[in-house]
Design a protein around this ligand. Structure first.
Ligand code: ADP
Ligand code: 5GP
Length: 218
């Protein structure tokens, strides 16, 4: 990051988040982190790809978001998401706890500033798995060293098949996810990289290449 853009970032964060902005900046100055923002229609395979890439890039960590949606079978609090009520989520919005947040498929989702600050201080390569609305909010934080990756399914039919096979959605939420996929895909040109997740191994390799080319020393 250049001195000029760092100063700009410092100014922006201190304006937006005076209480913890100084800490975030201190950690960024030391570690020069790159943040990776990954978006995809639900079911395109981003969780699978990121988890697979983590095996060979140990410094890669997926930020754990907060959500008001209910846990799926097997999902764990603080590992997959911090599962909180809609009221708790709204209180956190009021307190300014989120770096970004959005309503997606009828539920709240948000990235905790505290979580990102902690990971950056640890020198991690941080990945945010967030929707298009959240990615646009991160873009508005000037000077942040960020790469944007969009993962798309080979087709909407295959997306539907994967969601059905994953067997985590009610018919209503499945229909909502397929419907939203069309509008999400219309934003893919705003991202630095687009990966088509057809053959999983190829998509994982493409993801790892982008990360290792963009993040120093991983
Ligand atoms: P997302 O995190 O984007 O919602 P997931 O990673 O949960 O999506 O993947 C959705 C489903 O599709 C999972 O059951 C996963 O095993 C499967 N899947 C992921 N990638 C592929 C692929 N390339 N080919 C076939 N199935 C896949
Ligand atoms: P799911 O319910 O399938 O876990 O996630 C639904 C959508 O919410 C996905 O597109 C995912 O990327 C998005 N999402 C998850 N966490 C966050 C977050 O912290 N912020 C935003 N804006 N979107 C998120």
């Amino acid at each position: 990051m250049t001195g000029g853009s760092f100063q700009q970032l410092l100014k922006t964060v201190l304006t937006l988040y005076p209480s913890t902005g100084k800490e975030l900046y201190r950690s960024m100055e030391i570690n020069q982190p790159t943040l990776f923002v990954v978006s995809a229609p639900s079911g395109a395979g981003k969780t699978t790809i990121i988890k697979s890439a983590k095996k060979s890039i140990p410094k890669l960590v997926l930020s754990v978001s907060h959500t008001s949606r209910s846990p799926r079978p097997g999902e764990q609090h603080a590992k997959d998401y911090f599962f909180i009520s809609a009221d708790e989520f709204r209180n956190k919005i009021k307190n300014g706890d989120f770096l970004e947040w959005a309503e997606v498929h009828g539920n709240y989702y948000g990235t905790s500033r505290e979580e990102i600050e902690k990971l950056m201080q640890q020198g991690k390569i941080v990945v945010l798995d967030i929707d298009v609305q959240g990615a646009l909010q991160i873009r508005n934080i000037e000077g942040l060293q960020t790469r944007y990756i969009f993962i798309e399914p080979p087709s909407l039919e295959e997306l539907k098949r994967r969601l059905e096979e994953r067997n985590t959605e009610t018919p209503e939420s499945l229909a909502k996810r397929i419907d939203n996929a069309k509008s999400e895909m219309s934003h893919k040109d705003k991202y630095d990289h687009v990966i088509v997740n057809d053959v999983l191994e190829k998509a994982v390799e493409a993801f790892k290449k982008i990360v290792s080319n963009s993040a120093a020393d991983c």
